[in-house]
Design a binder for this molecule. Structure first.
Ligand code: ARG
Length: 407
């Protein structure tokens, strides 16, 4: 197909087809208006005036996708900084973190939990082209029980502190979902168990009744929003899956029955198996309280075993790093751990591309290099199927047909 007008053409010696694992040689991606409009190996198909960007020996892949981030966050590593810096200051951190994430090759992220709809503002500024960052699917405030992992329990009662998304009872949680929809979220996040980094919650403890979880999911799905449930403990994971959530975040304590349940319901698991290393190495230095370090020790090893079992059982999985616990831009460090704990390099790449696109229901536009999809493309210097850690050093980043990085 000879094309009439000048368009950008991107080429390199290798292109990874993430669906099949085939490495295609010397493909030309014809890009117009932010989209891939043609993929051809035949140079004579190209428009005569096309501007060709030739990346030589490199490997082209679809832009990476991280399904669990907290980009809106102040820039200091200190655990207590959040108490002294305003949400406005944290949003400025978000601007910086979003750019770092994009430069690391992550052209799409899900942000799961932000006060004051900071993440909605960030997403909108990125989409308007005002600042550099990945495509964002955002949740706004996480919904959670009073005193639960998604509440803020650090200050004593006289401060009357309560997180934006705290709600108890089926109708109250429906109202929170409606409020989040009103203010522009793409998905709903809620806490179905306690967590590592909250005060006074137990990782194994379920939060919300089944009735409340069902109400959240029903209301969210009614409004075309997917649902991500934070859940470490087995009972909370099971309740959330049965309530119909789209993804389980962390999924630390998985038994056989729970894995079978996730498979039956087609629930995606988003397991942040890298950041345990960061917390155990750096947590104390950053001022993470002993309670939280102890809880990290409770989940770290078990979560990695659960991950291996879920991979063996062929459960649907995505890459979710929980960047924010560790530095933004290091998201790709999780790939090598996903391989160490049982995935093939291709499975790990699929988790961060096509599977993530399906979880977001954005697979018609994202997740693979195909005609008709957005031109979100990265390049690395060596074969990621042989050396997965090469994804930690992305040398080219294109989003929506625009080049953000070219080394
Ligand atoms: N945000 C999660 C929580 O506080 C982080 C868990 C981190 N640890 C882990 N091994 N995945 O519960």
């Amino acid at each position: 197909c000879q094309l009439a007008s000048a368009s950008t053409v991107l080429t390199a010696k290798h292109l990874l087809d993430v669906e099949t694992g085939n490495i295609l040689k010397n493909q030309y991606l014809v890009i117009d208006n932010g989209k891939i409009i043609d993929i051809t190996a035949n140079k004579s198909d190209l428009p005569s005036d096309a501007k060709i960007i030739d990346l030589g020996d490199k490997y082209l892949l679809p832009g990476l996708m991280d399904m669990h981030t907290h980009v809106v966050q102040n820039l200091t590593k200190s655990f207590y900084a959040r108490f002294f810096q305003s949400p406005h200051r944290a949003l400025i951190g978000g601007v910086v973190n979003a750019e770092k994430t994009l430069m690391a090759g992550f052209t799409t992220i899900r942000n799961v939990g932000a006060a004051d709809y900071q993440d909605v503002a960030l997403r909108n500024a990125i989409n308007a082209g005002e600042i550099k960052g990945p495509r964002m699917a955002v949740s706004g405030p996480s919904i959670g029980i009073t005193g639960g992992h998604c509440d803020n329990n650090a200050l004593n009662h006289s401060f009357k502190q309560k997180s934006d998304g705290v709600a108890d009872g089926p109708w109250s949680v429906r109202e929170k979902v409606r409020l989040n929809v009103k203010y522009g979220v793409d998905l709903i996040k809620f806490c179905a168990t306690g967590g590592v980094f909250s005060k006074g919650t137990k990782v194994g403890q379920r939060q919300y009744t089944f009735e409340e979880m069902k109400a959240i999911v029903d209301e969210a799905h009614t409004h075309g929003r997917t649902v991500a449930a934070h859940a470490h403990g087995t009972e909370g994971i099971k309740y959330a899956i049965k309530a119909g959530v789209d993804s389980i975040e962390h999924a630390s304590f998985l038994d056989k029955e729970t894995i079978a349940l996730a498979k039956k319901h087609g629930t995606y698991l988003s397991m942040d198996i890298y950041n345990t290393e960061y917390t155990l190495a750096e947590g104390e230095k950053n001022g993470v309280p002993q309670e939280n370090i102890d809880k990290e020790r409770q989940v770290g090893t078990v979560q990695r075993e659960s991950f291996s079992n879920a991979v063996k059982a062929k459960t649907k999985m995505v890459l979710g790093s929980d960047a924010g616990i560790y530095p933004h831009g290091d998201n790709a460090k999780q790939f090598s751990r996903m391989v160490r704990f049982g995935m093939t390099p291709l499975q790990a790449i699929q988790a961060a591309t096509i599977n993530s696109a399906r979880l977001l229901k954005w697979q018609d536009n994202l997740g693979s290099l195909e005609e008709g999809k957005f031109a979100d493309v990265i390049a690395v210097d060596s074969n990621p199927l042989k050396n997965i850690a090469t994804l930690e050093n992305v040398s080219f980043v294109m989003k929506n047909g625009e080049i953000y990085k070219q080394l």
